[in-house]
Every structure is written in C-alpha cells, then in structure tokens.
Design a protein around this ligand. Structure first.
Ligand code: PLP
Length: 407
C-alpha cells in the first residue's frame, strides 16, 4: 500500500471546519445549528452588473500576474488608504490564502522560521507546514488587550533561521488593530535583522470607532522588507470568488512570486471580473456594513459581560472575538455543543481557541466567535452559550469575578 507523505499526514486541520461533520449530524437530528464558526458574513455583495462577464464560447486562462485592468483598479482603490503602489508591484492571487502561501514559500527555505504574534489566523499553521516552515509564536494576552510586546520578545525569538514576521492587521481572531507605532517598531526590527515583514490586510475595511487602519505599504524605508497580502473576500463579501492580491515594492520578491503564479497559470478569470466591478464602484459599500458589525459586536459584549468567569477584549476591527470561558478543553466544548447540547432546539457552532495558537496548551479555554449573523441569530446563539455554560460537564472549578477589557 503506498504511503502518504509525512507532510500530508501531519497537516493542520482548520478549526473552523473541523467539526462540520458533527454539525451535519446535529442538523440531521433536527437541531438548528447557528454557525458562528467561519468568517462568512450574511451581507449582500455590492450590486454588480454581471453582464460584464462577457465570456462567450470559452473561459480562457488569464495573465498569471492577474488582469491588467484589475491590478490598476486595485492600486487606484488603495489610494483610499493613502497607499501609493504601482500595478507592476501588485499581483492578483487566488484569494489572500494563495498570497500567504506564495509569500511564505518565497521568503524562506524548508526549515526556516517565521515569527507570528499569537493568537493568529489559524490557517497560517497549515500554510507554514505546506511551505516546510516553523512558526515561532510571540504570545499576546487577552488580558492585555492582545498588545504585542515588540522589542525584547521579538529580539529574543529571532535566530539564524528566522526569515520573516507575519501578522494580520486587523487581527483574526482577536479583533486587535495594530497601531502605526507598533507597525513602525516591527518595521525597524525587520530592517535591522534583514527580515521580511508580511502583513495580511484582509480586514483593512473593518474598523470600529476610535481605531484607524495603517497599511504596512505606508511604512517608510522598508520597501525591500514589506509584503502585503490583501483580498476582496471580506471587503465585498465575495469569499467564493477567490480573488486576492499580493503587493511589495521589493521587485525581486514580486518577480519570484510571479513565477509561482505562472506555475498555476492564472488566477480565476470570472472572479477577477467581479472583483474589478466591485473595486471600481464609487459608492461606499462599507459604512453601513461596519455599522451593523459594530452593533453585533456591542450585542455580544453586553451578553458576554453578564456571564460569570468570562474574559474578553472588545474587538477593534474585523468581526471576530476570542473569548475565554471557564472550560477546561475548548475542543471538547465545541464538539459537545454539537453532539450533546441543545437549547430550545438550537445550538451554536464555535471554533476552539487552540487552533489559533502555535504554543501547545494555549487557547484550551478560549473560543472564537465570528459575529457574521444578524442580531436575532446572535441573541439565540448567546442564549445557547449561556445555557451551555450552566450545564457543561467540563467546567473549571475556580470561580473568579467576571472581567473584561474595553477599548
Ligand atoms: C486573516 C485572514 N487572512 C486570509 C484569509 C483568507 O482570505 P481569502 O478568502 O482571500 O483566501 C482569511 C479568511 O478568513 C483571514 O481571516
């Protein structure tokens, strides 16, 4: 019998999808499963004229680097964020996901190390494994509002194999927005140690009151170091069109990432047409969307603050929240919600916190809530969570006063 590779057998399983079979079983038993496990919001896309999908007899491959019109439109769109980048320095990818994988493969060889503040977007674990890299996590704590300790801890983590720092801003799963100062500190670290600074800006559009987004492409004197990954998935609620971008003023890295792109021939042509139409709209799609996310966030904050022994930090951006619960094992809890629990015919599907850390034992008492559904569904989900925490057999014994950190 042929054997699969060690890489394949060790591959990290996405915490958002891991328990889908259990959710399917629960649904088959008639339970209404409220999905707060994945970042796929319920908003409509902007209204797009699909008649521009004018393929007739066949859909050809496009340019490996992406269609010129889309690259230009993306650069024009970026000016809204005061980002000046030339289309030659921006490549279209099959979602930010491909951009992250390409970036990791381009910055380090097998055995190389990438420093990532944790908690981090869980799929970085899998992409690093696919590229043969090791993630060196830098812990940021829920009780300190997920602030990242820049200088000393990063310096200590940097070794001869370290090639890059990777983070998402705003952060999924914590909702943390990194300030200009934090990014400048990371940039000076990257410059001093000749590292790449890869910033995943998939949520740049989703900022709550009091928080500003500062793109890493605006950092000065680090053109050779900075690589930005972007996406239209969340921006226009078009996750399934699979279009993202990767940008850097480092021409060597862009040329070599373009070579990876040539191997996969072309990013999706249909998706690029839709992305072009969305990026070219001049009306503001995001203002009402962000407003709705803010009120969903506030609903969660209010409900969670009434639960004993629950710790959280109010999200500053994106639409996720990492919450510490009085549970011993978040994997067990998330599975149990689907296998053994229901309240008024409903249950809630969450992502276990462990998937968002590289350090073992971190996140064992945390879950990620993606507040991607309307307030009625969110309220029902919170009813379920509240009830579940009264009857779950794996609760921690210690009882401490409820605590939270607010922006
Ligand atoms: C931080 C972050 N980066 C990248 C992605 C993947 O984006 P895409 O759909 O463009 O591949 C996600 C998806 O949830 C994400 O949360």
């Amino acid at each position: 019998m042929p054997r699969i590779s060690q890489r394949a057998s060790a591959i990290f399983e996405s915490p958002f999808r891991k328990y889908l079979p259990l959710a399917a079983d629960a649904k088959a038993r008639g339970v209404d499963v409220i999905h707060l496990n994945i970042g796929q919001p319920d908003f409509r896309m902007p209204e797009i004229d699909f008649s521009n999908l004018d393929f007739k007899d066949y859909i050809p491959y496009g340019h490996a680097e992406g269609e010129a019109a889309l690259r230009e439109a993306w650069c024009a769109y970026n000016r809204r964020f005061d980002i000046e980048i030339d289309p030659e320095n921006l490549l279209i990818t099959t979602g930010a996901s491909e951009g992250i994988l390409f970036a990791l493969m381009a910055v380090a060889d097998v055995g190389g190390e990438v420093i990532v503040p944790e908690p981090f977007y869980a799929n970085y674990n899998g992409f690093a494994q696919m590229a043969g890299l090791v993630i060196k996590p830098i812990f940021s704590s829920i009780t300190e509002g997920f602030a990242i300790p820049v200088k000393e801890e990063f310096e200590q983590a940097i070794g001869p194999r370290t090639k890059a720092i990777l983070l998402s801003n705003p952060n999924n799963p914590s909702g943390k927005v990194y300030s200009r100062e934090t990014l400048e500190d990371l940039a000076s670290l990257a410059r001093r140690h000749e590292l790449f600074l890869i910033v995943d800006e998939a949520y740049s559009e989703f900022l709550y009151e009091g928080f500003d987004f500062f793109s890493a492409l605006r950092l000065e004197d680090v053109d050779e170091n900075v690589i930005v990954v972007d996406s239209v998935s969340k921006r226009f609620n078009g996750c399934g069109i699979r279009v993202g971008a990767i940008a850097s003023r480092n021409e060597e890295i862009i040329e070599h990432i373009a070579r990876f792109g040539r191997l996969r021939l072309s990013p999706p042509m249909l998706g690029q047409k839709i992305a072009l139409a969305a990026l070219s709209l001049d009306r503001d799609y995001h203002q009402p969307v962000v407003k709705e996310f803010a009120s969903r966030r506030d609903l969660l904050l209010s409900r969670l603050s009434q639960l004993p022994d629950v710790i959280f930090h109010a999200p500053e951006g994106a639409f996720y929240m990492l919450v510490r619960l009085p549970i011993k094992d978040s994997e067990h809890f998330c599975a149990w919600l689907l296998t053994d629990f229901q309240y008024q015919g409903k249950t809630v599907m969450l992502s276990p916190g462990t998937g968002f850390y590289a350090t073992l034992q971190k996140g064992t008492d945390e879950v990620r809530i993606a507040y991607i559904l309307g307030k009625e569904r969110l309220s029902s989900a919170m009813d379920c969570l509240e009830k579940a925490l009264q009857v779950y057999p794996g609760l921690k014994k210690t009882v401490s006063p409820a605590a939270s950190t607010q922006p």
